[in-house]
Structure formats: C-alpha cells, structure tokens
Write a protein that binds this ligand. Structure first.
Ligand code: UDP
Length: 238
C-alpha cells in the first residue's frame, strides 16, 4: 500500500468512454477493461470513488436542441448516468470486488442514496463507490459532480479519463503541432482559456485546491502508474 502516492481518488469517466467504437450505449469489452484497471488500483490499496457521465445515452442539452424541455432532458441524462453506473457495478462485481452505486436522486429499489458519511465508510472498507445521477440537479454536468464528490470525500486527486492524453495549447486533432502541457496551474488554465472541464467544475477544484489530472483512458495500466506517482497526462494544481 505504501507505494501509492495517492490513497483516495475520484475518477471521472465520460459516458462516451463506455461506447468504445460504437456511437451509442455500452461496449461490454470496454467497460470490462475499465473495471480491470480500477480493480488493479483498488487491490493496491487505493480508495476509489467513480463518477460516470451519461453522454453515451442521453445529454439534456442535446435533447433540448431537439425540442424537449431542458429540465426533463437533464433528468433523462442523470438517469443515463445511473444506467452506466449499474453496468460498471456489475462489471466490477463480476471480478469479485465490492462496489456500490450511490445515486444523487432517490431510486431506492435500484441503488443506495448518496449520503456522504456512508460513501466515506464504503471507501474506507475498500468498496469501489460509484456516484450516479450527477449532482442531482439539472443544468449541471458530471464534471461538476466529479469535482463536488472529490471535494466531499477529501479525494487527494481528481482524475479525468478522456480520449486525449492531456491538455494541449490547441486542439491536437486539428493542429498537428499542438503542444501538450505536463503541468499547469489553475490560473494558467484560466488565463489561456483552456477547455479542461466546465466552468463550475473547474471553479470547485480551484477553490478547494484539488489536484486534477487529465489522462488518456485508452492507455493500459495508466491509472495504476498515476497512483504510483508517474507523470502521465497533464496535472493541474495551484
Ligand atoms: N446531468 C445533469 N446534472 C448533473 C449531471 C448530469 O442534469 O449534475 C445531465 C445532463 O443532461 C448531462 C447528462 O446528465 O448532459 C449526462 O452527463 P454528462 O453530459 O456530464 O456526461 P458525459 O459527457 O461525461 O458523458
């Protein structure tokens, strides 16, 4: 256990991360691969909270663009995150580890309610704790939920797993010469107007001084190596 640099972390996975090469839903092989990475870190002694997005199923803004009431759309988006969290719980439990879904919206027949003290207890017991339904409020994102839960559980690091291997000074897909940063401060991110997380999420991390690392989730073994102190992706700190 002592070889870990971070003991308690909050991992944010986007819903899109679960789609693999598809354009909707959950790819079982992909979610299984992610589950294995999380379990490897848990077995090494890390206490892991996970926030999963819902963009692989529904996003409120997208539904609103199609004519739906925005709040209803956001409710559907939050329920999508519950579906993803249940799928991840199942993938984790298939490997024999304990996992718990805690929802910010009451759905008691399906999962526990989010209660901070109970969540911390789960983490202390080594249960992988999946925070579902975002913040429970419309007009927020799961990035905000990740920043909020990371703050509440006193996470030592917020990890945002994406399809890009860090923060660049320009979009690397459009600019082949784009430069990746190893480290940034919160103020540099703001001054350069870099798109890291949505504004509310970023403000929470900054105000509460939570180190944030952006990394490529497709890189096998990256989660474990980050927890051991390796500099993978981009780290944002004060
Ligand atoms: N959502 C919400 N409140 C929250 C978190 C999420 O209303 O606190 C809704 C919102 O509609 C969002 C959707 O759930 O678009 C899915 O979350 P998100 O877009 O953050 O997922 P990701 O992009 O990470 O897959």
């Amino acid at each position: 256990m002592s070889q870990l640099k971070y003991r308690r972390i909050l991992l944010k996975l986007s819903g899109e991360a679960l789609m693999g090469d598809g354009d909707y839903g959950i790819d079982p092989a992909v979610i299984n691969g992610l589950a294995k990475e999380i379990i490897e870190a848990q077995k090494a002694g890390a206490e892991i909270g996970v926030v999963i997005g819902g963009g692989n199923i529904f996003r409120g803004a997208g539904l609103a663009a199609g004519g739906m009431d925005r709040v209803t759309g956001d409710h559907m988006g939050m329920l999508a995150t519950v579906i993803n969290a249940l799928a991840m719980q199942d993938a984790l439990e298939k490997h024999g580890v304990n996992a718990r879904v805690m929802s910010a919206i009451k759905i008691n027949q399906i999962c526990e309610d989010y209660i901070r003290r109970r969540a911390v207890r789960h983490l202390e017991k080594g249960r992988i704790t999946l925070f579902a339904a975002g913040t429970g409020n419309p007009f927020f994102t799961t990035d905000s939920a990740a920043a909020l839960r990371a703050t509440e559980i006193n996470a030592e690091l917020l990890l945002k797993a994406t399809k890009v291997d860090g923060i660049y000074d320009a979009d690397p897909k459009k600019n082949p010469g784009a430069k990746r940063f190893d480290k940034l401060t919160y103020d540099e991110v703001l001054a350069r107007d870099l798109q890291v997380m949505d504004t509310a999420a970023f403000a929470l991390c900054r105000e509460n001084d939570i180190p944030l690392r952006i990394y490529d989730m497709g890189r096998e073994g990256a989660l474990m190596r980050i927890l051991q102190g390796e500099d993978i992706g981009t780290l944002v700190t004060r």
